[in-house]
Design a protein around this ligand. Sequence first.
Ligand code: LLP
Length: 420
Amino acid sequence: MHDFKYRERDLYCEDVLIQDIAEEVGTPFYLYSYNTLRNHFLVFDEAFKDIPHMICFAMKANSNLSILRIFLREGGGLDIVSGGELYRALLAGADPQKIVYAGVGKTREEIRYGLESDILMFNVESSQELFLIDKVAEDLGCKARVALRVNPDIDPMTHPYISTGLKTHKFGIDIKNALKEYKLAESLEYIEIVGIHKHIGSQITQTSPFVEALKKIILLAKSLKEEGIDIRYLNLGGGLGITYKDETPPHPRDLAAEVIPLLSGTDYTIIFEPGRVIVGNAGILVTKVLYTKFGEGKGFLIVDAGMNDMIRPSLYNSYQEILPLKRDTTSHKIVVDVVGPICESGDFFAKDRVLPDLKRDQLIVLMSAGAYGFTMSSNYNSRPRVPEVLVKGKEFFMIRKRESYEDLVKGEEIPEFLYL
Ligand code: LLP
């Protein structure tokens, strides 16, 4: 469900004509629907209302401060993966007691920042990290709350770059060694064990990998109890998929229907870290056709957004639906590669896509661009990053302005000798 719909011939976001926004802010730009974002969060939250739970939005999917605030205002927490995300989280007004921190490579400084901010817990991914957290906590004279991120060796059946829960992946602690690692954690004076964490991958379109992984961590929690280690939180990570093309991922309610019975008779607080399922279909990228080019057996639409603005098709060969801002009323179609201005053949949004007969200056949108869109964008080819706009009802708000050329060189310095 989302709020990008045609009325007559024109594409709207909620009650705003997208063309009007384009005229005011120029292209390209990311556009988000407040209503969709809030609804997606509430639907997920509602699905688990019968059990104690906390939704910690995975802000790597979208870390715009205004977007974070939408979820924070509804009682959400945040899943972070760096000191920079912690900074954003606190700036957006997150309650530190609802922040969980994962990642295989936390630095000493980042750990210190997390402890000083009194975040709810670190999801620890190795014994060396555990020792370091213990040491930093000792220096600060506090206790560090931790969950161990276990790797349950489950195939999430998704793209290899975004699957994380197999033992061949760099993530987490092999579930077979988990008990030993928990005992180690227990022996450390400045560590307080509060949970178990797992996250097996992203864009998962079935419930079975979640169910299998949960069964394994419930068993682990039982063995921990037998060893006298009581935990309060089970963190099931993120990963629920969305429809980009014809996928039929489970609704959060379907997931809940399978997860909740497995937890009966327990009183754990369940943490979820959804990212894509909340923001993915709540955002689009609006771009303009700069040129069309038809050669021998190949046609191109060259648009003003590039792989630096949205890298998913280049990196994962992901499918993003492409729609014209003005609905086509003729039946004439073209088959084209939709490409950007970047100097790389990998700079494409679609290959051999059947589209209406689009001409120069017409606007198109890349659907399902709200997750891992702007957050993965860069300044490659010295292109300023694009603005982000939020629609609420009949109004729209600039929630990040377009970068300027000055922004591009911010922080650079030319040493004296190079002027000689
Ligand atoms: N929790 C942890 C520890 C994670 O590593 C991730 C995503 C999530 C939660 C959120 O997963 P989600 O609900 O969004 O699937 N750039 C890729 C996706 C990378 C996902 C990385 N980790 C893409 O564009 O498909």
